[in-house]
Design a protein around this ligand. Structure first.
Ligand code: ADP
Length: 471
């Protein structure tokens, strides 16, 4: 790319330079031609002093001259103005010799706003002056006497050629400078873009270009930056999801390994030909069974989680009265709360709040949240379940006054396999997938899930679901 644009500009401007010289010459010739045509058609050419001349000045046909906007003056040998009709630039009755000479020389000067045709009648002994106002006149004239070679000719030609050369030189210089300046204004931002594109190509996705130029090049810079940001985000996302995927596989294998090796270990002992005491045998079978249940729960959760994560899962949405739905859920969960000696408050409005939900999935979420409260908190904990109608959504609040979760843990609580205290939780049979599944389900409903908590202050899960209609 180097230099190519600069050369292109230089070439274009040199071409423009020659074209402008040609155009100047053509315009010059055309102006001369137009001047010729105009001057031939001017009023003053229709009424020259010679044409109007009469021996008796009283016979001069001046009426047409006046009608066409001109003027006629007759001056006798005593320099008295004996006849004046139409426009009069003399403005005197008698002229002195000096005034008359001045008038005659001024009448031929370039730039006078009148054109004069002056003639002398020998018989009548008078001067006839025909005056017309000049419309617009451009006088470009080169005078040269071919009959005599002036000694000045060489000098004059020298000066003319020098002026033309200087003019061409200046024009050429300006052309080159201008070509350079314009090419720089294009080349500089393009070079920056090129460098940033190279950086991107080399894998530096933070590459951005600072294009200060407005217009198309500026827009190109903006589009480049947007594109670079998109690529950077995509790559970061890919790296993050790859890391997540690796972590997930690690977590899954870890979680599967423990119960499985426990099952294998105890099963092996049971196979031992040396008979085990009945009590031990029962204990081992119980351990195998419990680990089997744990594995089954884990695999079910994993299956559910990956189904939701794949994005292929379609929610079976139904328009449902949320208050009625929660009441039914609570009726089922009430025995669990009572068995765990939990106190409870339900604040469910006695009206319809229609939302579009997948009942099976939302049931899973509610069950998980209430079951967690029961699982992780001591007897006597209070749980409060509330449904609140907001402007364009419905809120479900599930709040316990139990042990709570630290703010740091709360940040990650909706991530798969995240558990607050893994030893305690595996003991309680948790997989760390429950809240991750709950979050995916709520998000798939177009809603949100948040946790407000602190150690010793209990947990409050706030779910929102988009509101369909108020009845
Ligand atoms: P798990 O299968 O381990 O219960 P979850 O995703 O459902 O997985 O929960 C993640 C962790 O959050 C749990 O391991 C538990 O430590 C903590 N937790 C969830 N709900 C509560 C609660 N109501 N009170 C205290 N801790 C909770």
């Amino acid at each position: 790319m180097k230099g190519k644009i600069a050369y292109r500009f230089l070439f274009n401007y040199i071409l423009m330079f020659f074209l402008s010289i040609i155009i100047t010459i053509v315009v010059f010739i055309l102006t001369g031609f137009a001047n010729d045509v105009i001057s031939k058609n001017l009023m003053k050419n229709y009424y020259t002093a010679e044409q109007l001349m009469q021996d008796n000045y009283l016979d001069i046909p001046y009426l047409e001259v006046i009608e066409d906007g001109g003027g006629v003056q007759v001056i006798n040998s005593d320099l008295q103005v004996v006849l004046s009709k139409g426009i009069d630039t003399i403005n005197a009755k008698v002229l002195t010799e000096t005034e008359w000479t001045e008038f005659l020389s001024n009448s031929k000067e370039i730039g006078t706003p009148y054109s004069y045709s002056i003639s002398y009648n020998e018989k009548g002994n008078y001067w006839l002056i025909v005056t017309f106002p000049t419309s617009i006149r451009i006088d470009v004239a080169i005078a040269h006497n071919e009959l005599y070679v002036s000694r000045d000719t060489e000098v004059v030609w020298g000066v003319i050629v020098a002026v033309i050369m200087l003019y061409l030189l200046l024009l050429a210089l300006v052309t080159v400078i201008y070509a350079r300046i314009t090419s720089i204004s294009f080349v500089k931002p393009l070079k920056l873009l090129y460098q940033s594109a190279k950086q991107l190509e080399a894998g530096d996705y933070s590459a951005r270009v600072e294009v200060k130029t407005k217009g198309e090049i500026g827009e190109l810079g903006e589009v480049f930056n947007l594109m670079a940001k998109k690529i950077e985000d995509e790559i970061a996302l890919r790296v993050k999801s790859e890391a997540n995927r690796k972590q997930l596989i690690l977590d899954i294998s870890h979680d599967l390994k423990n119960p499985l090796s426990s099952i294998l270990g105890y099963a092996e002992q049971l196979q031992n030909p040396i008979a085990l005491p009945e009590e031990k045998r029962r204990e081992y079978i119980k351990i195998i069974y419990e680990n089997g249940i744990r594995l089954n729960g884990l695999i079910n959760d994993l299956f559910e989680f990956s189904k939701l994560e794949s994005g292929e899962y379609r929610m079976a949405l139904e328009q449902t009265d949320l208050c009625e739905f929660i009441r039914t859920e609570l009726a089922v969960l009430l025995p669990i709360l009572e068995a765990s000696e939990f106190s409870y408050d339900f604040i469910i409005p006695e009206k319809q709040m229609v939302v579009s939900i997948d009942k099976k999935q939302l049931d899973r979420v509610i069950f998980n949240l209430i079951h967690n409260a029961v699982r992780y908190n001591p007897k006597g904990t209070n749980i409060r379940i509330e449904v609140v109608q907001k402007e364009n959504m419905v809120e479900i609040k599930i709040k316990d006054n139990g042990i709570g979760i630290s703010r740091e843990d709360a940040k990650h609580i909706f991530n798969a396999f995240y558990r607050v205290d893994s030893s305690r939780n595996s003991e309680k049979g948790g997989t760390g997938l429950g809240l991750a599944i709950a979050a995916k389900i709520i998000n798939a409903h177009g809603g949100t899930i948040e946790l407000f908590t602190a150690i010793g202050e209990g947990c409050e899960f706030v779910l929102t679901l988009p509101f369909i209609e108020k009845i």
